[in-house]
Design a protein around this ligand. Structure first.
Ligand SMILES: [Zn+2]
Length: 261
């Protein structure tokens, strides 16, 4: 982290009021630090396809085998990556703030869960979960046969697809509504590694700030919300999040000791 960013972060004075309800939104940036290429940064064999031509219901209807091969290649890349200090700091933050912490992610890679997070909102689904395109039942890999693609639903014989949101598809409405409710109630909102251009996720930090949340953005590049944020850091999440977690720990420790004295 460059020193101006570090100085800015160290000047941050969070209060007990700030950490009453903390909501964190993560995007591709936090996983990029784990070496997972962004959606568009595919190379080799797959560079001949545009992701927009593979991640659609139409592509799956026309050529489910190619779509699955692409997703299996992406799964393979993700499986080789590990969660980083940013993911782990959020697990710790969740433990410290038990019950007053919400994690919302746009990522489908499951790295938050592998780090130890649970009960998170996955706005765009999860690449490691399989769903029947007909009956919508979800299945683990173990009960499916991947020798022939697409795998077939054990229940209704429909084509199995990855449980992710494709171009032209709607997000799960109740997940989105719950995420917005949490954002409106937030006292502190962290927008981490997201370009803030894909809606509705990009609206979450704005709604939070409008309803009084203190808004911190952490992203290597400027985004549409940078100017309106209370603090916007051009820095890696793996450096900033552990520091914010420590700040929260300090607040809680000092509040607890005040209660005792
Ligand atoms: Zn089915």
């Amino acid at each position: 982290m460059s020193s101006p960013e570090l100085t800015e972060l160290e000047r941050l004075r969070l209060t007990p009021g700030h950490i009453e309800r903390v909501v964190v939104l993560t995007g591709a940036g936090i996983s990029a630090e784990s070496g997972i290429p962004t959606f568009r940064a595919v190379d080799g064999y797959w560079s001949r396809y545009r992701p927009e031509d593979l991640a659609t219901p139409e592509a799956f209807a026309q050529n489910p085998q190619v779509v699955w091969e692409w997703y299996l290649a992406r799964r393979h890349t993700i499986a080789q990556a590990d969660p980083n200090a940013g993911h782990y700091a959020l697990v710790e933050m969740d433990k410290l703030l038990s019950g007053q912490f919400t994690l919302i992610t746009q990522n489908v890679d499951g790295l938050h869960q592998r780090a130890g997070s649970h009960d998170l909102f996955e706005l765009h689904g999860n690449i490691f979960i399989n769903r029947c395109s007909l009956c919508s039942r979800r299945f683990s890999d173990e009960v499916l046969n991947f020798q022939e693609l697409p795998p077939v639903c054990p229940s209704c014989r429909g084509a199995i697809r990855p449980d992710v949101v494709w171009f032209g598809e709607n997000l799960n409405i109740s997940t989105v509504e719950d995420a917005f409710t949490r954002a409106r109630e937030a006292t502190l909102f962290l927008s981490i590694g997201t370009s803030s251009v894909v809606h509705p996720a990009a609206t979450l930090p704005i709604v939070a700030a409008e309803n009084g949340a203190f808004l911190i953005e952490v992203n290597p590049e400027l985004t549409p919300i940078s100017e309106g944020a209370d603090l916007s850091l051009r820095a890696p999440a793996s450096r900033v999040l552990p520091r914010i977690t420590e700040m929260i720990r300090t607040i809680l420790t000092s509040t607890a000791s005040k209660k005792l004295s």
